[in-house]
Design a protein around this ligand. Structure first.
Ligand code: FAD
Length: 293
């Protein structure tokens, strides 16, 4: 998790830094696995072999179990065609990846909250439509009173560019605040007219006006999105979105995620190499030996 600059209400032109939080990931149910394997193999050897030899995080265990179910390769002889089985989980996963048996990776999932990321990033990310779920901050419901912003390094390090960004953002914030504080003409059901600021309106009108004003917000506005990736699509997204061809911010965010993924699920990501992209340490490329399994 990277530090995210906290925002206090009322502060303006607050620069934020993207942060990622791994908030959930697959858990296996040991008693149910035992029941399942004992039902498949009443000798009890399949469960005993799994229990003594399989290793790794729950996501990795689940993927190994699903893959072994395909050939009933829990123990030699359970499938008469199988006379030997791999006992080392790392080797087992290496084989899944090199054989491109990628569908089994889709059983395990991980859920992240990405905070302080721009609408530029979220718009790009939601194009990865296969194997992912997204829940994005609603700018229809959440009222804008300031415009949090991540400043790309080229802007932050250039005083003239910074002045242009600051001026534009402060001006937009000022205009949005004016619209929020303005008294809008509201016709009541009984035909009378009242003048209310957004803060004084009933909720359905707050939502309506908030949605109108978001049109003034720039693409760079920092926001939040909860994303769930299955492990197969996470591998692809890390590869695609840390490539030097991708946009800097998404490279930065998926570098944070790649570092966590590689250390948390070392078997699933064992073929990834971190490569210097020439653009700095925070945007390295993560290149798998087995692309898009
Ligand atoms: C550097 C870069 C520049 C880009 N520029 C643009 C741009 O200018 N304009 C623009 O609109 N988009 C652009 N994109 C987005 C890009 O076209 C993809 O929509 C996005 O990257 C999602 O990747 P994906 O297609 O692999 O989708 P995912 O949803 O991650 O799909 C994974 C894989 O599943 C398969 N798949 C997915 N959908 C289908 C399908 N319908 N039928 C068959 N197979 C499927 C494909 O093999 C696909 O690669 C850009 C992306 C990058 C990385």
């Amino acid at each position: 998790m990277a530090a995210m600059t906290k925002q206090r209400r009322g502060q303006r032109m607050k620069s934020v830094k993207p942060a990622v939080y791994l908030i959930a990931n697959t858990q296996v149910s040991e008693p149910d696995i035992k029941q399942w394997l004992d039902d498949l193999d009443d000798s009890g050897q399949s469960y005993s072999n799994y229990h003594s030899s399989a290793s790794g995080q729950d996501s990795e265990l689940l993927i190994e179990l699903a893959a072994r179910r395909c050939y009933k390769s829990f123990v030699p002889g359970l499938n008469a065609n199988v006379t030997k089985v791999r006992d080392d989980s790392k080797d087992y996963h290496a084989n899944i990846l090199s054989q491109r048996h990628g569908s089994v990776l889709s059983h395990a999932t991980c859920t992240w909250s990405l905070e302080g990321v721009s609408r530029v990033l979220t718009h790009e990310l939601v194009r990865n439509s296969v194997g992912n779920a997204f829940s994005q901050e609603s700018m229809r419901y959440v009222r804008l009173d300031h415009i949090p912003f991540w400043l790309p390094p080229e802007i932050e390090s250039d005083p003239e560019a910074m002045a242009i960004f600051q001026h534009t953002l402060l001006s937009l914030e000022g205009q949005i605040r004016k619209l929020n504080n303005r008294r809008w003409r509201i016709k009541q059901p009984d035909g009378t007219v009242e003048y209310k600021t957004v803060g004084e309106m009933p909720f359905h009108l707050k939502k309506k006006y908030t949605s109108l004003f978001r049109r003034l917000a720039p693409d760079g506005i920092a926001t939040g999105i909860v994303v769930t990736h299955n492990m197969r699509s996470l591998r692809w997204i890390i590869e695609q979105r840390t490539s030097r061809a991708a946009e800097y911010e998404i490279r930065l965010v998926y570098n944070l995620i790649a570092k966590i993924a590689v250390s948390k699920w070392p078997m699933l990501f064992q073929d990834f190499e971190s490569v210097d992209s020439g653009d700095g340490e925070e945007v390295r490329e993560w290149v798998p030996k087995n692309s898009k399994v």
